[in-house]
Design a binder for this molecule. Structure first.
Ligand code: HEC
Ligand code: HEC
Length: 273
């Protein structure tokens, strides 16, 4: 080997040595910073491809139980995973561990996927997760309470007061974004909450019953009617079942409820119970 070649070779080795040392230092400091926060962070955080691929894995492996939209399937008690991050104490790491280890004593299985695929699932669940209102609302809870009682509480409960035709709104500002809340009020039928699908049926004696579907299988249907009584029917006894497209929640336009009124209601819903 010529001298030039030898020198080049050792320069190359030196470079390789330095690069690998730097790499070790970087990974060691990453490791230390994770130790310092006490939490394992999702290494794919912020990579939109990870959430996309995670979504495909989810539909192939998890949707039979949790639903293709991750909103859960009531009949087998598989929870709505879009609410995962609304609870306190949920971190990417705890979700990772649940997916890997399963939940003992339940049908939620352990998964032996490579770590990267589990992190992709975590990225996906983060991306569909609801996280509530983070900004300060320009509203006043005092007039908001009155407006809520006048316009909303016949159908909605907050704390231990109010009706049950619509969902309980006690924690709603922790699980829905501001945009979603405003949409629910201005355009209720655009997205109808689970357990509140509108239906009308005609009984054998031609009684018309309108309400929301609480439970349904091939043979029977349970409805909370618009007077808020629970009623059960066997389907064979019904003359007609109409699955409605329009929510029983009325549309509140800006002439009935101004943006300021709505902000006041939202800040009332946000205030502590
Ligand atoms: C055979 C049905 C089934 C399959 C398949 C399944 N799960 Fe589950 N999963 C459940 C059930 C049931 C629970 C509720 C367990 C409990 O707490 O009793 C659950 C709980 C969870 C939880 C915890 C929810 C919470 O509120 O703490 C996460 C996260 C989760 N599943 C993610 C997944 C992911 C991701 C997949 C696919 C890789 C998956 N599951 C596949 C049935 C399933
Ligand atoms: C006549 C009954 C009725 C009245 C009055 C009513 N709602 Fe509703 N609301 C419903 C029903 C039923 C649903 C569920 C179906 C749907 O999503 O449209 C609902 C859904 C909602 C949701 C969505 C909840 C979720 O989980 O996403 C919000 C937010 C809401 N209502 C707020 C209000 C507010 C604020 C008022 C008063 C300004 C009001 N509602 C008045 C019946 C009502």
């Amino acid at each position: 080997m010529g001298l030039k070649r030898k020198v080049e070779n050792s320069i190359y080795r030196l470079k390789f040595f330095l690069v690998s040392k730097i790499f070790c230092l970087i990974s060691a400091s990453l490791f230390l910073s994770q130790l310092a926060t006490g939490q394992e962070l999702n290494p794919l955080d912020g990579d939109p491809r990870a959430a996309r691929v995670g979504g495909s894995i989810f539909r192939a492996q998890c949707a039979t139980c949790h639903g293709a939209d991750a909103k859960g399937i009531d009949s087998i008690d598989a929870p709505d995973l879009t609410l995962l991050y609304t609870g306190s104490g949920t971190s990417d790491e705890s979700v990772f561990n649940t997916i890997r280890d399963g939940v003992s004593g339940s049908i939620m299985p352990a998964h032996t996927f490579p770590d990267t695929e589990i992190w992709m699932l975590v990225s996906y669940l983060r991306s569909v997760g609801l996280s509530g209102i983070s900004t300060e609302i320009d509203g006043d809870p005092v007039p908001g309470e009155l407006l809520f009682i006048q316009n909303c509480s016949t159908c909605h409960r907050r704390g231990d007061q109010g009706g049950a035709l619509g969902p309980n709104l006690s924690q709603i500002t922790q699980v829905r974004s501001l945009e979603a809340l405003i949409n629910s009020v201005r355009n209720p039928s655009a997205s109808i909450a689970r357990g509140y699908k509108p239906v009308s049926v005609t009984t054998e004696d031609n009684e018309q019953v309108q309400g929301v579907i609480k439970r349904e299988d091939a043979f029977s249907i349970q409805i909370m009617d618009t007077d808020q009584y629970l009623r059960g029917f066997s389907k064979i006894s019904l003359r007609e079942i109409n699955y409605e497209e329009q929510s029983w929640m009325p549309v509140f336009s800006e002439s009935e409820l101004t943006n300021q009124d709505l902000n006041n209601i939202i800040s009332f819903l946000q205030s502590s119970l």
